[in-house]
Design a protein around this ligand. Structure first.
Ligand SMILES: Nc1ncnc2c1ncn2[C@@H]1O[C@H](COP(=O)(O)OP(=O)(O)OP(=O)(O)O)[C@@H](O)[C@H]1O
Ligand SMILES: [Mg+2]
Length: 466
């Protein structure tokens, strides 16, 4: 049998597929090392040039020209049959690819670096693929390129594709796309994939690429000098670990679990934590405690300017709905407002529901306990990975051992958050300690945006107090 000529056999892995299928006109493949970012950029460029905008101009950019050629162009050569395109080199205007389309037209792809501003003047492009965009510190360079998206196939949307790992929460990519879902600004979805009408972010970890050799990720992770913060950002695609972050061990890949995996589980007890607020949001968190003492935050309610009353939208009504849905046993509330606790208590008692306590507001101790639970979860994730290395996997299963029970004999519970709790997750990642005038990190956390963190402290203090 002869090989058919001129075909591309590209089978996107699950996260690549999710990226290609998202309809937003501006998409960021926010992914770690080796996830297949550049490959995604090649496939998007190819289909934009030949199918979406045949006969029009597109731009492929990278922060530097050598990077563009080493990464994007070499991946292009690997995937796209050689007789479908030609490379025209022009040291003055910049290089370009000319690609044949199925309808016999030709499309142009301009190869550009944002470190060299030449020759974008007069360009009218239909789409932009920007490989390793987050390496560019300067937003201006991106604006200039995007400003070139002026003409495409009539009636078809002009598209911007960014690929590259997440940077700090203050980086221009984070400002443009956000660092987590936030329904208050129309950004919906999960921590792995969030979107507005125009923008979408699809996050992927190095381990999500099944085409990499099995030792690729562990080698990077265990390389001397690879700090935990580095691995979080560049392998797990987490936004830059913040300086002074209170719970710096918090990691989406360890502590965030899919809401669907928690449905129908049986809990030893269900507890809630409450932080009252008016101008700042008030927060109610509900968490299930399993037989081993692991705590799973199942649901959050975060609202501003709600009264503590049993009226539609009031906190007592919200509390009753949570109590009914999750069968909450105990409520641990911000002790600073006894009348609010009393109102919730009355409302729930009438619903024959639960017990309400003023919570223990020892901030330092609460932070320490939450940290310990997060750390045990990390510890367990590491041990589980080692123990369940492929060869061991079957024997462990046949011996019926739960991996976690093999951790040094003692079982320590961990703390996990459902991916439905997007405000809580965002808060955990940004909850930071104050700094003094010289930038020295102080003990006290910043009192802004800390409301879910406070509710979590109350909940954990209540749950772990004897
Ligand atoms: N869907 C796929 N099918 C087969 N191979 C793939 C696929 N996606 C990526 N690869 C291969 O996996 C490797 C890594 O892909 P790629 O270079 O696109 O990743 P990257 O995220 O850009 O990596 P880096 O972090 O090094 O820039 C390459 O060898 C690429 O050919
Ligand atoms: Mg790449």
């Amino acid at each position: 049998m002869t090989e058919p000529l001129n075909t591309i056999t590209y089978k996107p892995h699950a996260v690549q597929r999710r990226f290609h299928e998202d309809p937003a006109s501006q998409r960021w493949f926010c992914a770690g090392y080796g996830v297949g970012k550049t490959t995604v950029g090649v496939m998007e460029a190819f289909s934009l040039a030949t199918i979406t905008h045949p006969g029009y101009v597109g731009i492929v950019a990278a922060p530097t020209y050598p990077l563009l050629m080493q990464a994007w162009f070499s991946e292009w050569c690997q995937w796209i049959p050689r007789d479908w395109w030609t490379l025209h080199r022009d040291p003055k205007k910049g290089d370009e690819l000319v690609v044949r389309t199925p309808t016999g037209e030709s499309s142009k792809i301009l190869l550009r670096s944002t470190s060299n501003p030449w020759s974008n003047e007069g360009v009218n492009a239909a789409w932009l693929v920007y490989d390793e965009a987050p390496r560019e510190k300067n937003r201006e360079a991106f604006n200039v390129l995007q400003g070139r998206l002026r003409r495409g196939y009539p009636g078809r949307q002009r598209v911007t594709i960014l690929t590259g790992p997440p940077q700090s929460m203050k980086h221009w990519t984070a400002e443009e796309f956000g660092t987590a879902p936030d329904p208050s600004v129309g950004r919906t979805g999960t921590v792995h994939h969030w979107r507005t009408r125009t923008h979408a972010v699809i996050r992927a970890r190095t381990q999500d690429n099944p085409y990499l050799p099995p030792d690729y990720e562990p080698k990077l992770r265990n390389r001397p000098g690879a700090s935990k913060a580095w691995a979080k950002q560049y392998l797990d695609a987490e936004f830059g670990a913040m300086e002074g972050q209170v719970w710096s061990m918090f990691s989406r890949s360890v502590h965030v679990v899919p809401a669907a995996s928690l449905v129908g589980r049986v809990w030893r007890r269900v507890n809630a934590g409450v932080d009252w607020g008016w101008a700042h949001p008030g927060v109610m968190l509900v968490a299930g405690e399993d037989a081993l003492g692991n705590i799973y935050v199942l649901a959050e309610e975060v609202h501003q300017e709600r009264t503590i009353t049993d009226t539609p939208g009031g906190w007592v009504t919200i509390g009753k709905a949570l109590a009914a849905k999750w069968k909450v046993d105990r409520w641990f509330c911000d002790p600073s407002q006894p009348q609010a606790i009393e109102a919730l208590h009355k409302g729930l008692r009438r619903a024959r529901a639960t017990v309400v306590y003023p919570a223990d507001n020892d901030v330092a101790e609460g932070i320490r306990r939450v940290a310990a639970l997060f750390e045990w979860a990390v510890e367990r994730a590491n041990v589980t990975q080692t123990i369940l290395a492929p060869r061991d996997y079957r024997s462990r299963l046949t011996h019926g051992g739960h991996a976690a029970t093999l951790v040094g004999g003692t079982q320590h519970p961990g703390l996990y958050i459902s991916d439905a709790c997007t405000d809580t997750i965002a808060c955990l990642e940004s909850y930071a300690r104050k700094k003094d005038r010289n930038g020295v990190v102080l003990e006290d956390p910043v009192k802004v945006g800390d409301d879910p963190a406070d509710a979590l402290r109350y909940l954990v203090m209540g749950t772990t107090n004897p």
